[in-house]
Write a protein that binds this ligand. Sequence first.
Ligand SMILES: Cc1cc2nc3c(=O)[nH]c(=O)nc-3n(C[C@H](O)[C@H](O)[C@H](O)COP(=O)(O)OP(=O)(O)OC[C@H]3O[C@@H](n4cnc5c(N)ncnc54)[C@H](O)[C@@H]3O)c2cc1C
Length: 300
Amino acid sequence: MSEERFDAIVVGAGPSGNAAAYTMAKAGLKVLQLERGEYPGSKNVQGAILYADALEKVIPDFREDAPLERHVIEQRLWMLDDTSYVGMHYRSEDFNEEKPNRYTIIRAQFDKWFNRRVREAGATVLCETTVTDLVRDIRGKVIGVRTDRGGAIIHADVVVLAEGVNGLVGNRAGLRPELKPEAVALAVKEMHFLPQEVIEQRFNLKGDEGVVIEVMGTVTNGMTGTAFIYTNKESLSVGIGCMVSDFAQNQTTPYALLEAFKNHPSVKPLLEGSEVKEYAAHLIPRAAIATSRRSTATAG
Ligand SMILES: Cc1cc2nc3c(=O)[nH]c(=O)nc-3n(C[C@H](O)[C@H](O)[C@H](O)COP(=O)(O)OP(=O)(O)OC[C@H]3O[C@@H](n4cnc5c(N)ncnc54)[C@H](O)[C@@H]3O)c2cc1C
């Protein structure tokens, strides 16, 4: 591997890395994609709502085989106090269009699918491989990467860093500033499994229709943040995220916030009888939270 040269190396197999690797491989470039996880998606945590217009530009026929959970026909915005909520619900038949724009997805499955498309486009994908550093020539130009596989160096004309919010390679190379606690949120998420018909009855859904609920108020304990419930086919994604700087000042842990959210009288009946199979935590840049809120507001 250390002898082989590529046109491009992509670091990371999240949505950004997959889009970059797919686009370059499709254009005929010799692409190597490196992912530290056991498989693409194994390290990723997301609610998750897919905004389809971006993916559609890269893979126009994605709806044919992508693992989409439900298309979102209803957006609920809730403001909670300790025992009640005030809410605004927007639901429209217009969202039952032929090509819906918002879907709930499960990232582990979605990233695997996207990466299969990357491999089908001709890229080489190597998992369980962490890039530790960029390699430069004597003029400082990036000419490849060093990996944790015995320090092996792989050469390429171009290196695309798609390592996500906590990009250590980019930090070490001085290409991006270190994350400051006030610029990043910490989110925790659980997957609650329920029979499909129970979800459809509780949320008044038919077929693959879905609902997303964004929640603010006392649930964040005075910190800047938001909680959410998203309907998947046979599970609910339930999570909460607040600014890291706020967690540092406040004595609350993310897990305690999530427990309180799940036990709120407005939320508990929605989760009743569910089986929790996954718990995960991840950082989100402040800008992504703002973007996600803007998209939500536009759709709703
Ligand atoms: C709880 C939560 C809910 C969210 N909800 C939504 C939502 O509903 N909709 C939405 O659009 N966004 C949402 N986001 C944000 C979304 O997850 C991110 O915007 C998205 O994952 C960014 O994609 P990415 O490819 O840049 O990075 P990532 O998805 O983080 O992927 C980076 C990949 O690079 C790999 N990697 C990192 N470093 C290395 C290395 N040195 N060597 C090799 N591999 C490496 C990682 O293992 C990972 O697979 C949410 C985030 C969280 C945490």
